[in-house]
Ligand binder design. Sequence first.
Ligand code: AGP
Length: 615
Amino acid sequence: MCGIVGYIGKKKAFPIIVNGLKRLEYRGYDSSGVAILDKEHNLNVYKKKGKVIEMEAFALANNIEGNIGIGHTRWATHGEANDVNAHPHINTDGDIAIIHNGIIENYNALKKALEQRGYQFRSQTDTEVVAHLIDDIQKNVQVDLAEAVRLALNEVVGAYAIVVISKKEPDKLVVAKMSSPMVIGFGDGELYVASDGSPLIEHTRRVSYIEDGQMAVLHLNGEIEIKSLKDNVVQNPYIEELSISLEAIEKGGFEHFMMKEIHEQPQAILNSIRGRMSLEQMKISLGGINKFESSFKNAERIIIVACGTSWHSGLIGEYLIEELARVNVDVEYASEFRYRNPVLSEKDIVIAISQSGETADTKAALELAKQKGAFIYGICNVVGSSIARMTDAGSYTHAGPEIGVASTKAFTTQVSILVLLALQLAELRGTISSPKLNEFLNELDLLPAKIEKILESDSYIKEIAEVFQDSSNFLYLGRGFNFPVALEGALKLKEISYIHAEGYPAAEMKHGPIALIDKNMPVVVLAPNCQHYEKVISNVEEVKTRKGRIIAVVTEGDTEVEALAEYVIEIPNTLEALSPILSVVPLQLLAYHIAVMRGCNVDQPRNLAKSVTVE
Ligand code: AGP
């Protein structure tokens, strides 16, 4: 989850690395650091707790020269966030520096063995062991840095993307990867390395993804050697073009990425459905399904694995696929699925949903499903991400980079893809009539414009936020397709405003949470037109009777809920199965405004990171 950047070439390394770290800060932001090799081969290390900008100011008090360097922005796993635990970590002599993303699972055993050999540790991190291990190997065997890194990593168990620099070999960076993302950028006689493409695009679009179990030596003359950690040479790296634009990773006039991304949803949905459905031909065509029609047609069960917001969209996927295509669907937390020896067969399809495509638990769940012979399908946003590359087939959401830690456009585009998938499956299996399919396609087509309309309510939603900004708890209620939206609304609020919030199926309220309701409890009720509308009204009545403060999301023109609720946010009418794509938008805005009013860092909430690459 940490961000790593490295540069080797003719330019000044420090500004390139610091700007890169700022672009990667969404991956982790509790501390950061750089190590720069100057012309006299001094290894200058600057580390600081806090944001990259604080480390930059601290480092700039010195004259930082040098055209080789590495940098890191941290999301703490082992050891609290402080200056000492920040990366890079160095060996005792101070000639080797290392940055690392991931977890060294056997670090305790390695640390004990190194301590017995006289090594003293400065930090509480797992990473520091690798610096000493490389040092130890080089002191005992006559090998160069790359070989020492390779030998060291053969002793390491865990996940890592690492970059190592040494003042004894001041013309190279050594990088290696196992289960954590790493991309190499090819400039003109210079090389870059980073956790993802965002720090690279202003320098180069030519990139290559290092595979798990591989390492690379990046040379000052722009040459690169790749080999496996088992010491087999890998011929010429496969070079691809990065397609993301610089605009897409900047705030574009919005105060926060989250607000920009909320506003990007109409376009993002358009991008996710474009070319995949045709109103004229009344057809859906998801490339990933077309190639494997028989697997989908004959599937006996679909298992969706995901985490967080992606798990919420998976729940909506369950409602959609079961309703439209009549296939049994189970939705699993990836972290639970992978450890409970699930029953899987070759007739099962496992769908992984992940914005980043790098979530460690989701990856591990997929690996397990693969071992058990299931067909694997991916719904990812980040092109070329690990999950996208390990699946048999899949569909990108095409939402564009999502940088705010709280997912917004990732959710609505994932649900859009799930709608298409459910419809195509229904067509294949003959469980949908032509008029119904037609109705769905027409309504899907109208969604972007309907979201634009909801965005016009922003200032009204801000007024509601002002009223409730000091609440300590929130309850979110929804039924059917809107139950997962209640979960998602609650997650949005808690992750960025730190207010405790719970999402519940509206009818479950009376089995416990109703005890929480009093005159201080805001209750957000999702009550758009739906088959259970009358039942939702009864639930709203139950809240009102207990003096709960009701904020309701309703379909335009609704009068019944309006009569009961303190605040009513209207969304345009649509099919019930599509309503989550609309009803979630006011909840995103409400969470956003409350968080801003409470002075929270909306894009980088405490303790969180955008892509969770550790278990
Ligand atoms: C959402 O707002 C969260 N930040 C988080 O729950 C996220 O959805 C989860 O970590 C899964 O990430 P992924 O979609 O990249 O796999």
